[in-house]
Write a protein that binds this ligand. Structure first.
Ligand SMILES: [Zn+2]
Length: 202
């Protein structure tokens, strides 16, 4: 049974123990060449469901598993693969970059102010400020903007105890393949309750 949600990505509820991802890239549907590991923390263990996108990092995965998290392996193409997603480290680098650049930017704003007040050369502090601002914007985009793959599949909730995972998929064709692989009920965004189908075996 498929309940299509015409607006935006469809929310899907899948049995955690039986989840399978199609052999296609979730973003562009092209050939599978890479594998991206997504770790989602159980909502019952953590107050908030959170996900982190990692490369194959055994230590990290084991740490996450200890905190009752579940790791999914999603096949992707090379372009949208593990090199394109943001890891926790990248987000930390972005935050660090912001704090490192904050004071130099203030410093050059101050220099510009001084140059304007006392008619000193303006070019040097202006160029320095422009460079710093560009670097800051790039760092923030690098760290904070969700990559194509992260926008294509979003994990909302995972429960190992109740054996389900709720995720949303934005690519319609990928969703259809996903539904074929995992017999399930697609939840509409407005409804919370759903009946899971058990017709896995053909
Ligand atoms: Zn792709």
């Amino acid at each position: 049974m498929i309940v299509n949600n015409p607006k935006g990505p469809s929310r899907v509820r899948v049995k955690l123990s039986r989840i399978q991802f199609p052999e296609a890239c979730p973003v562009c549907l092209s050939e599978v060449e890479d594998l991206v590991f997504v770790t989602v923390v159980d909502k019952e263990a953590d107050a908030y469901a959170s996900s982190s996108w990692t490369k194959q990092d055994e230590v990290n995965i084991q740490l996450q598993t200890a905190k009752s998290a579940t790791t999914f392996a999603i096949p992707t193409c090379m372009r949208h693969g593990s090199k394109s997603v943001r890891s926790l480290r990248m987000k930390l680098i972005a935050a660090l970059g912001f704090f490192l650049l904050f004071y130099p930017i203030l410093f050059y704003l101050f220099r510009i102010n001084v140059a304007l007040t006392y008619s000193r050369p303006l070019a040097e502090p202006l160029i320095a400020l422009a460079v710093l601002v560009v670097i800051l914007v790039l760092i923030l985009m690098y760290g904070l903007y969700p990559r194509a793959l992260e926008r294509a599949i979003r994990f909302h909730d995972v429960s190992r105890v109740k054996d389900y995972v709720i995720l949303s998929v934005s690519n319609r064709e990928y969703l259809n393949r996903f539904l074929k692989l995992n017999e399930m009920v697609v939840q509409e965004n407005s409804t919370d309750s759903s009946v899971e189908s058990d017709q896995i075996e053909d």
